[in-house]
Design a protein around this ligand. Structure first.
Ligand code: NAD
Length: 358
């Protein structure tokens, strides 16, 4: 099997964490007999400096021509005074839009021995391994009409939460498919007791269920889901929800793990996929070999599962990370009794653990 990956390292710690993720990508691909071609393209501040645009046309064309894109991070103080449409972050938004990525996947997984990094009690977060699937291109963030105006009661602002059947169906199918690759339990989250748009959401998801007979589907109101995430996160396997609810729930789920340096993500479309750590460019630690590369490494791992359809490679990388964390930590997740290492060393340790696993 042959696959092409585009690395868009971006700014700040982006290049450092991408370099480590690349090492793991190459090592894991070699072990799996996958012939991998890696290319590079500019995005964010780095692209602005070189071309005057945060997402040059050439970068988008390259991104459309590969199987998967691995992105580091964009932004930094150097570009903070740029006009809004020429900010590094615009490059990332344009890339997501250009690749028509409508599903955002954010896993939240607690690695053994890392329960102390969470703000919740160890016994509550222990063994948590869940996936939030968020609709990314519809709902209240994009619904029309929207705006601000004046009324005889003063200023007024409004937004519209809107989904059509097709938009709900395509994200629900992603949810069912992902649940099928995990523990086969799908939790659809809505507010169907109050919102018509949620009532339609629930109807469409329910209508699809017979096509996925091996998946156990459950529905939950978003307020209850927020409670359950904090009360008993290990009860949740795959959660699918709309843009607004997913935005909030995925951040809450992410924080169960306690560290932003550990959080990977994937954004999927019909034909393209983007994998990126959740964290930003962390300019305060850029270039100091202090960044935790695991979010980027685990994002690359997700590429094996969702783009290359090689879930066992994703699992092997996750096991390697688990093994390394038992002894070594980067500064952001340092713990008593563990050796603190830098970004490069952490990447090397994961490659070694992967190799040793045979
Ligand atoms: P940030 O995620 O870059 O950093 C927040 C804090 O977490 C900092 O203390 C940082 O040192 C730490 N941190 C982040 N990633 C880490 C890692 N891998 N290892 C160790 N520590 C890590 O968020 P911010 O400071 O709000 O933003 C900095 C810049 O990044 C801004 O320009 C912002 O616009 C941009 N940003 C980009 C993205 C993206 O590219 N997806 C996301 C968020 C922010």
């Amino acid at each position: 099997m042959r696959k092409k990956v585009l690395v868009m390292a971006g700014d700040g710690i982006g290049p450092e964490v991408c370099r480590e993720a690349e090492k793991v990508l190459k090592a894991a691909a070699a072990k799996a007999g996958l012939e991998l071609t890696l290319e590079e393209a500019l995005v964010g501040g780095a692209a602005l400096d070189a071309t005057g645009h945060p997402l040059p046309e050439e970068s988008l064309v390259k991104a459309k021509g590969v199987d998967g894109v691995l992105l580091g991070a964009v932004g930094g103080p150097k570009w903070d005074r740029q006009p809004m449409d020429l900010r590094p972050e615009k490059g990332l938004l344009a890339l997501r839009e250009g690749l028509e990525l409508f599903a955002n996947l954010r896993p939240a997984r607690i690695y053994g021995g890392m329960t102390d990094a969470s703000t919740l009690k160890p016994e509550v977060v222990e063994d948590t391994d869940l996936m939030v699937v968020r609709e990314l291109t519809g709902g209240i963030y994009f619904g029309q009409p929207r705006g601000m105006g004046h009324t005889d009661r003063g200023r007024e602002a409004y937004n519209t939460m809107r989904y059509n059947e097709q938009e709900i169906e395509r994200i629900a199918r992603i949810g069912f498919d992902i649940a099928g690759k995990r523990k086969k339990r799908l939790l659809s989250v809505d507010k169907a007791n109050v919102l018509e748009v949620s009532a339609l959401w629930r109807e469409v998801v329910t209508e699809l269920a017979p096509q996925y007979p091996d998946i156990q589907l459950e529905h939950m109101y978003v307020d209850n889901a927020a409670m359950q995430l904090i009360r008993a996160p290990k009860m949740i396997d795959t959660l699918v929800t709309s843009n607004l609810f997913g935005d909030i729930l995925s951040d809450a789920a992410a924080m169960l793990t306690g560290s932003i340096g550990m959080l990977p993500s994937a954004s999927l479309g019909k034909t393209h996929a983007l994998y990126e750590p959740v964290h930003g460019s962390a300019p305060n630690i850029a270039g100091l070999d202090l960044a935790n590369p695991l979010a980027a490494i685990l994002s690359a791992a997700m590429m094996f599962r969702y783009t290359f359809d090689l879930p066992r490679v994703d699992e092997a990388i996750n096991r390697a990370v688990q093994t390394v964390l038992a002894e070594y930590r980067t500064a952001d997740i340092a713990a008593p009794g563990k050796t603190t290492v830098g970004c490069i060393h952490m990447g090397d340790l994961v490659v070694q653990a992967l190799d040793k696993a045979g």
